[in-house]
Design a protein around this ligand. Structure first.
Ligand code: NAD
Length: 351
């Protein structure tokens, strides 16, 4: 028998959840959806769902085991708590909440009502990230000490609610949440300082470009950058390790690793080299034949694995992969980001 799921917020992402579950997760049946807007309720109905006309109707539907929340960010907390209290398991879209206090309220409600609560951090299954994680976990290039994670577009426009502060708009709470979640899962190390610079280039209320520098306990530093006004993009990932460098260019996972040839010694004289930018000993290019270019590791990825894990947990067969306490760390870092921006300083922390 399949688990019965309802959706709150049948917009871009709500509809995606419906279609994706239909295609890939036979253990979950999407039953119905509630949306504030009539046109989206009509759309849900046209797509074969029951359209709840009020939130109470959805909450009172005792046949629902599970609810996915895909509304703008400022309504996540209230809907999640209401669903948990109504005895339903909950999956909430990212960012889970607007701040740490709201998330703690949800975690308490989940505990009190003994229900599963998870956050749709689907980008843990992105190809680019999974490749970087494989290089990190398998120690392929030695110890990583600088990681740069960038997402850069040039469309400039923040659509609808994403442009408003009250709705939790802006790029830190949009892409930033995914990229921070990826980094925190990558290393497992504590974050010990956060330095952020948020820009408002075109958006009047919220950040539309940011750079955040995180320092981790073991010495690793990570730069996270999102831009909406970048016309010459940099790689999605650039990772500097003690034994080489890895670049993942894009979401498709194109890129390469470069490391030293095993037998290569420093085979040049320690003398000044005259480059077109003048003389230098340290920065003259390394002879190409002393390095080797390696293909990136092959990885298999599928966003559907997120829901497969939820089914496994509900069946009592698996541990939950995306856990609330992990989202709590991300929200704590995000609070440091806003604090760093407000105060113009680096924030020390232990997260
Ligand atoms: P959207 O604007 O396309 O859809 C939101 C829907 O919610 C709309 O249909 C709107 O009418 C409805 N709505 C608004 N307020 C509501 C309320 N109080 N109660 C009920 N319905 C309400 O937005 P979206 O792009 O689908 O984003 C929704 C959520 O999904 C956001 O939290 C966003 O961050 C998240 N998201 C996640 C990913 C991902 O990859 N995980 C991608 C995109 C969006």
């Amino acid at each position: 028998m399949a688990y019965r799921l309802g959706i709150i917020g049948y917009g871009g992402m709500g509809e995606w959840h419906h279609q994706n579950i239909n295609k890939k997760i036979k253990e979950i049946e999407v039953i119905g959806a509630f949306d504030l807007r009539e046109e989206r309720r009509d759309k849900a109905q046209e797509s074969g769902l029951k359209a709840y006309t009020t939130i109470e109707e959805l909450l009172q539907d005792e046949s629902l085991d599970l609810v996915t929340i895909a509304t703008p960010n400022d309504s996540h907390k209230d809907y999640t708590v209401a669903c948990l209290r109504a005895g339903k398991h909950v999956i909430c879209e990212k960012p889970v909440t607007m701040n740490v206090a709201e998330l703690i309220e949800i975690m308490e409600a989940a505990k009190e009502n003994n229900k599963l609560f998870s956050i749709h951090q689907n980008r843990r299954w992105d190809k680019d990230y999974t490749i970087i994680k494989a290089i990190y976990d398998q120690n392929i290039l030695g110890k990583p000490y600088i990681i740069q994670s960038r997402v850069q577009g040039s469309r400039r426009a923040l659509h609808g609610w994403r442009g408003y502060k009250v709705n939790g708009g802006g790029m830190v709470l949009d892409w930033g949440v995914h990229m921070l979640d990826q980094l925190l899962q990558l290393t497992g190390e504590k974050v010990v300082s956060v330095n952020a610079h948020l820009h408002q280039i075109f958006a009047p209320e919220v950040d539309d470009h940011f750079e955040v520098m995180l320092r981790f306990e073991g010495g690793l530093t990570a730069l996270v950058e999102v831009s909406m006004n970048c016309f010459i993009t940099q790689p999605r990932w650039h990772m500097t390790c003690t034994e080489g460098t890895a670049v993942v260019e894009d979401w498709d996972g194109k890129g390469k690793m470069v490391t030293l040839k095993e037998e290569s010694e420093m085979e040049w004289e320690n003398e000044i080299v005259y480059t077109s930018a003048g003389p230098t000993r340290t920065m003259a290019p390394r002879p190409v034949h002393t390095t080797i270019e390696l293909p990136l590791p092959e990885v298999e990825v599928d966003w559907a694995n997120y829901y497969k894990n939820i089914v496994g947990v509900l069946n009592g067969e698996e541990e939950l992969i995306v856990r609330p306490e992990q989202a709590l760390r991300v929200m704590q870092v995000i609070e440091c980001i806003f604090k760093s921006q407000d105060q113009g300083i680096s924030i020390s922390c232990e997260i």
